[in-house]
Design a protein around this ligand. Structure first.
Ligand SMILES: Nc1ncnc2c1ncn2[C@@H]1O[C@H](COP(=O)(O)OP(=O)(O)OP(=O)(O)O)[C@@H](O)[C@H]1O
Length: 245
């Protein structure tokens, strides 16, 4: 498979705090790679570094020359008083009318073309954001918590749609998620990040892991129990950290 994006030995420290230490990853065409980790684990920072929106202190980022990125950020600030329709928002990408109509139809919100952005529900907004990301016909689709604000049934549909888009565009998908249980079905590789990589692998090879449970809490036990993971490092007692043997 064609490698689209890779990070090697990435470090990022601010205010004396190691936000990212020794992070390695790679993303190939047709692969869905999901970053999971608790709040403040460094997931968004890592994505920004991978997209060259932020510089790492050290490490190497490589991207396939000419690879187009479609990015769906975690937050979008739109002034509620601004009269911005979905169509005008998407036209800011300089896409044509037909492409916009196709993208909206593809993500299932064709009827929202003239809706005000500020009036969209959480799920509608996420679909419009996804439409914006695919308008670029990306080789690499980067989605920072794509199902936030979406109800449980909608989350599962949205992850299903992301899987279909991966197949249609044959792009690599790098996704951040908090929801281990829902995301696993649509993921080829999971990286569990808590400032460093705690564990990673194919979902089928990931099992309930003490570090994993420590990070996510016991409420995720049911979601974790489906996976098998061969843990290859030890944990420092009481610190919540992982370390190599
Ligand atoms: N430029 C910076 N200067 C100082 N601190 C920073 C900087 N960038 C990130 N941080 C800190 O790094 C930590 C990780 O932030 P980040 O947004 O990457 O976490 P996250 O895993 O995406 O969290 P969440 O799941 O809550 O979105 C946070 O404590 C944040 O305040």
């Amino acid at each position: 498979m064609t490698q689209l994006l890779a990070a090697s030995n990435v470090h990022f420290t601010r205010d004396g705090k190691a936000i990212l230490s020794d992070v390695h990853l790679s993303l190939s065409a047709g692969e869905i790679l999901t970053l999971i980790g608790p709040n403040g684990a460094g997931k968004t920072t890592l994505v920004k570094i991978l997209l060259n929106l932020q510089a790492a202190d050290s490490g190497v980022i490589t991207r396939k020359p000419g690879a187009v990125v479609g990015y769906m950020p975690q937050k979008l600030f739109i002034d509620a008083t601004m009269p911005l329709t979905v169509y005008r928002f998407l036209a800011l990408t300089r896409s044509g009318k037909d492409d916009i109509a196709r993208a909206l139809a593809r993500v299932g919100v064709a009827d929202l073309r003239q809706q005000a952005m500020s009036k969209l529900s959480g799920g509608e907004l996420q679909r419009v954001m996804l439409a914006r990301a695919i308008l670029r016909k990306p080789d690499i689709l980067v989605l920072d918590e794509p199902v936030q604000g979406v109800d449980i049934a909608g989350q599962s549909q949205l992850y299903g749609l992301i899987g279909q888009l991966r197949d249609e565009l044959h792009c690599g998908v790098l996704m951040i998620s908090h929801d281990l249980h829902l995301v696993m079905a649509q993921t080829d590789t999971v990286i569990c990040l808590n400032h460093h990589i705690c564990c990673q692998g194919h979902p089928e090879n990931v099992s309930a892991d003490p570090a994993f449970l420590e990070l996510f809490g016991r409420e995720q036990d049911t979601g974790v129990a489906m996976y098998t993971h061969h843990h290859d490092h030890q944990h420092r007692h009481g610190s919540g950290e992982c370390c190599d043997p």
